[in-house]
Design a protein around this ligand. Structure first.
Ligand code: PA5
Length: 417
């Protein structure tokens, strides 16, 4: 379950009906594009794709020997699986993310892995990303040297159904490959095999994750007063003059979620609108309670240039009692309380402190940090982003700035010969 709380934004209740027409027409425009694959709205259908889920489950069952799972990918091809695996890994399989090209950590990883127990999953929608291709070549070579012809069983690819270097490699070498639907872009792909395959190896409840996302789809289409993404999109729209959007999560298990959101928000919305005007706000990641001891001072007393979204779990999935200790009376107010009670008190204190300081802040309450609630949250945030694209007149699904830096990297290396 997910719940939006706007208790500290009293004007919001009036703003909602005043923006009814703009919001409903943004949603209609988005849905009208659904039939056209070039519009990249395939992420809306991913929660229904039970066939892919079955294939992924079968593949997981066929490979019980995996002890180390190495994910090669970057941006949308790494941030989602990393966020979800950190939250829900229940299998004991160790995960390693090579979403960089710094040689030392790659070497350190290669030195610790046993290739016989390692599965490498290279993920790239385009199959043309230099970072991913470079480390794929290194791991291909490492597997072949260690395992001879047996290397093929240790590599699985996740890529475009037809195009790109990874698809070509899969076909040439007869490798197992899962498809990212043509109409699903990188940062909207977490519920495709990009996220589901690693999660199957993590032993997470993938079905519940997709169920939550399906519920988010149902909720997104609900009347305005009940539709969470229409409301959160309006919150961001009303505060678009504030350059910074803080996304602060009070759950250690969700520590990588803010990075996923930053990419989704910044890469989708930071661009020129149809008139050529620069638009966008900067998403800033934050984690509670750690950032109470780092960023909160600025959030509370620094410039009033931020809209803050807090993601707060309402209940723990398990709790731990803080035991008393004779002589440590200074901590007496904690004795006998659940650790979660402290976390919740800190989150509520932050929420209140920010509001009292005049910072616009709202909360998204998760019933708990479960795959169902998080699946709902992910899909809600994708809806929010797509709706903001409509409201701000930008294409939320392209990334010309990213493509340019990829092209320039290739050109620099090609010039060097
Ligand atoms: O959202 C996007 O499309 C990008 O950020 C990509 O995820 C990122 O550039 C990696 O691209 P690819 O999956 O094609 O390797």
């Amino acid at each position: 379950m997910l719940r939006l709380d706007t208790r500290y934004l009293p004007g919001f209740a009036e703003a909602l009906p005043a923006h009814r027409e703009a919001l409903l027409s943004a949603r209609e425009r988005l849905l009208a594009k659904r039939g056209d694959r070039a519009q990249m709205l395939g992420w809306l259908d991913l929660p229904e794709d039970t066939e892919t889920l079955r294939a992924i489950r079968r593949y997981r069952e066929e490979n019980p020997w995996v002890e180390d799972f190495v994910l090669l990918g970057i941006g949308g091809s790494a941030l989602g699986p990393k966020a979800l695996e950190a939250a829900f890994n229940a299998s004991g399989v160790r995960f390693h993310y090579v979403d960089h090209v710094e040689p030392e950590p790659v070497l350190r990883l290669l030195r610790t892995l046993d290739p016989r127990k390692t599965l490498v999953n290279a993920i790239s929608k385009s199959g043309a990303t230099a970072e991913t291709l470079a480390v794929l070549l290194i791991f291909l070579n490492w597997l072949r040297e260690a395992l001879g012809e047996g290397w093929r069983r240790h590599l699985v690819l996740t890529t475009d159904p037809q195009r790109g270097a990874l698809r070509a490699l899969a076909e040439r070498e007869g490798l197992r490959a899962f498809a990212i639907p043509e109409d699903v872009g990188g940062r909207f792909s977490v519920l495709s095999p990009v996220g589901l395959l690693p999660l199957a190896f993590a032993g997470a409840d993938v079905e519940a994750l997709l169920m939550g996302a399906r519920q988010a789809n149902v909720n997104a289409l609900a009347p305005l007063e009940e539709s969470l993404p229409l409301k959160t999109a309006l919150l961001h729209h009303l505060h678009r003059h504030l350059p910074v959007n803080v996304f602060m999560v009070y759950a250690e298990r969700l520590r990588y979620l803010p990075a996923w959101f930053v990419q989704l928000h910044d890469e989708s919305l930071g661009k020129r609108d149809r008139e050529g005007k620069r638009v966008g706000t900067t998403a800033l990641p934050a984690l509670g309670p750690q950032d109470q001891h780092a960023q909160l001072q600025l959030f509370r007393e620094g410039p009033l240039d931020k809209l803050l979204a807090l993601v707060l779990p309402e209940a723990p999935t398990e709790d731990l009692l803080i035991p008393p200790w004779p002589g440590l009376e200074e901590a007496g107010y904690l004795f006998g309380k659940g650790l979660f009670r402290l976390l919740k008190a800190e989150a509520e204190a932050t929420y209140q402190a920010l509001a009292e300081a005049g910072q616009p802040v709202y909360a998204l309450y998760l019933s708990e940090v479960s795959p169902y609630a998080v699946g709902w949250l992910l899909q809600l945030l994708m809806w929010q982003t797509a709706l903001l694209g409509e409201l701000w007149g930008v294409n939320a699904f392209d990334q010309p700035g990213v493509e340019l830096s990829k092209r320039l990297t290739r050109e620099i290396l090609a010039r060097e010969g």
